[in-house]
Write a protein that binds this ligand. Structure first.
Ligand code: NOJ
Length: 579
């Protein structure tokens, strides 16, 4: 193709390593499907997932990532684990987990599970032992207990804030379970970067390290393909626990790492990498290739690349891409810098647009700020322009899935599911809602149970029709059974896109930046993906439509194109794949 002097951003890769090009579908177990075996009607369970796994195989994904299903008081949707080696009765049993793994294998899907190493639940045996054993005990060494400051220790040990809002320390004697307990007069404080029910572990302690090696082996022996590592950038803290007056939000790697902010003493410290190098060795004890995926809200991209050096993890979510404004200059920079940073360490870029922690892209992109978005949306806050959001989200997905590397999709994205922005506060469960004194909606709006059947109660989510969060009535039209029967549905479109991505081998391709080149100058972004299939142009419009000449064959498009006398018009906010 005549794109002389185009900048080569990335060379094609040929690899037998499945994860380098995989599409990985995130399941949030509470909200995927319920078979009615769990202890709470309306909460999804593992047998529900197993029954409905063919949906994901037929979509064309290569793997699933399951958010936590371990024993947990569910103070933070399961990210507060009290037993890492068993399944919470809410979700079923260990036998159900094994059955899920077996079914996934039959369907050719790999299974990645979540690992939560930064903190345990306060109901974990270790923490209960630590509370009971008292000040100065060996049991307390596994967590981060400290005396308070102020005249009588009435002030927290430092000024750190919890990600979920408010201070990151709780005084033992202030706990709700203190009255009448052995610790009712205990003045010490413990650190929790998240909720007070999620005490941070002390990763300097050898027992903590050994325990997690063992947990890795436990799940690897059961056949999981790897782990998504929760808060991968948070495990190691500066041992002096210095004050740091800034607030770091989960989705905030960017702003809190701005140059005028001193490096945070709790995030992204060098010491975390040694932990992952040890984990790599544990994974390598197993015959087939297993992977580690970092959830590290770290920016810029050079930072996340460190997590995926050859002797550490395999993938690291590209949150800069997720947080980027829907705007060509910024996106172009994120794309080129991400590919360059990952190429330096020989890792694939891991694209992502949504997950269970952020406002869904299919709504976020219709807000006045299209980037990282607010922490949830309430009925009286700015409402997304929904058609615009969906249109942009489709364009963003068609761009993402034509870029080289691996991509994660969050359950419901294949349906074009929007955020639930009208949830009544009375049903909210996210600790962020409570810890911010209801200033932030929190993440419940992206966690609403999936609609499976248009005409069933609860849209077929559970046998009783119960759903742990209410679904909007208009989701009837988005239900999977209805979309399956409609060749023009979002789901049909998405399936087609994933099939084509595979057929054209776009994930393995090299990438040339041809933005602004003649012929494609009307697009805000334009790339040539060079794979063994051939060359495919991937081009996106933003605010302005453009017309393409008849020399182009349109392989795929995120919106209907319009035939005009001058040629085919690609409307605004559209991605096309051309040949
Ligand atoms: C990141 C998880 O994705 C989020 O849901 C959770 O609340 C925090 N880590 C704490 O585990």
């Amino acid at each position: 193709m005549p794109f002389e002097n185009a900048v080569l951003l990335h060379r094609p890769t040929q690899s037998s390593q499945w994860w380098r090009s995989a599409v990985i579908y995130q399941i949030y177990p509470r909200s995927y499907a319920s078979a009615g075996v769990g202890t709470q009607p309306g909460v999804g369970d593992l047998p529900g997932i197993t029954q409905r796994l063919d949906h994901i195989a037929e979509l064309g994904a290569d793997a699933i990532w399951l958010s936590p299903f371990y024993v947990s008081p569910q103070k933070d949707g399961g990210y507060d684990v009290s037993n890492y080696r068993d399944v919470d009765p809410l979700f079923g049993t260990l036998a159900d987990a094994d059955a899920l793994l077996t079914k996934a294998k039959e369907l050719g899907l790999k299974v990645i599970v979540d690992l939560v190493p930064n903190h345990t639940s306060d109901q974990h045996q270790w923490f209960q032992d630590a509370l009971a054993a008292g000040i100065g005990s060996a049991e307390r060494e596994r967590y981060i207990f400290r005396p308070g400051t102020g005249e009588n220790g009435e002030l927290p040990p430092n000024d750190w804030e919890s990600i979920f809002g408010s201070i990151a320390w709780t005084r033992v004697c202030d706990r709700a379970d203190a009255p009448g307990s052995a610790w009712e007069n205990d003045p010490s404080w413990y650190l929790h970067l998240f909720d007070s029910s999620q005490p941070d572990l002390n990763w300097e302690h050898p027992e903590v390290r050994e325990e997690f090696h063992d947990i890795l082996r436990f799940w690897l022996s059961r056949g999981v393909a790897g782990f998504r590592v929760d808060v991968a950038h948070g495990l190691v803290k500066d041992p002096t626990l210095p004050n740091w007056q800034f607030h770091w939000k989960m989705v905030d790697g960017g702003s809190a790492s701005a140059s005028d902010v001193p490096p945070p003493p709790m995030w992204n410290l060098e010491g975390v990498h040694e932990i992952y190098r040890e984990w790599r060795k544990v994974l390598d004890e197993f015959d087939t290739e297993r992977i580690l995926v970092a959830e590290a809200w770290v920016s810029p991209e050079r930072g996340i690349a460190k997590y995926v050096r050859a002797d550490e993890m395999n993938q690291s979510f590209n949150f800069d891409f997720l947080c980027c404004e829907w705007e060509p200059t910024a996106l172009r920079e994120v794309i080129s810098k991400s590919l360059a940073a990952m190429d330096q360490v020989g890792a694939p870029t891991t694209w992502v647009l949504s997950n269970h922690d952020v406002v869904r892209a299919a709504s976020r992109m219709g807000l006045s700020k299209t980037g990282k978005g607010p922490n949830g949306i309430r009925s009286f806050e700015e409402q997304p322009n929904q058609p615009l959001a969906l249109r942009r989200a489709k364009a963003a997905h068609a761009l993402m899935l034509a870029l080289p590397g691996s991509a994660y999709i969050y359950q419901g994205e294949e349906l074009g599911l929007p955020e639930h922005t009208m949830l009544p506060d009375s049903v909210r469960q996210d600790p962020a809602f409570f810890r911010t004194q209801q200033a932030e909606a929190g993440r419940d709006g992206c966690r609403v149970p999936l609609p499976w059947e248009a005409n069933a109660p609860g849209f077929g989510f559970s046998p009783t029709g119960d759903t742990w969060l209410p679904q909007p009535l208009f989701w009837e039209d988005l239900a999977i059974d209805r979309q399956l029967n409609d060749p023009n549905s979002h789901l049909s479109w998405y399936r087609h896109m994933l099939q084509l991505r595979k057929r054209l081998q776009l994930a393995e391709g090299g990438l040339l930046d041809v933005t602004g080149f003649a012929d494609l100058a009307g697009f805000g972004l334009a790339y040539v993906n060079q794979s063994s299939y051939g060359e495919v142009v991937v081009a996106t419009t933003f605010t302005e439509p453009t017309v393409i000449s008849s020399k182009w064959q349109v392989l795929f498009s995120s919106a209907d194109l319009i035939t005009t006398s001058g040629g085919l018009e690609v409307p605004a906010d559209t991605t096309v794949w051309l040949k």
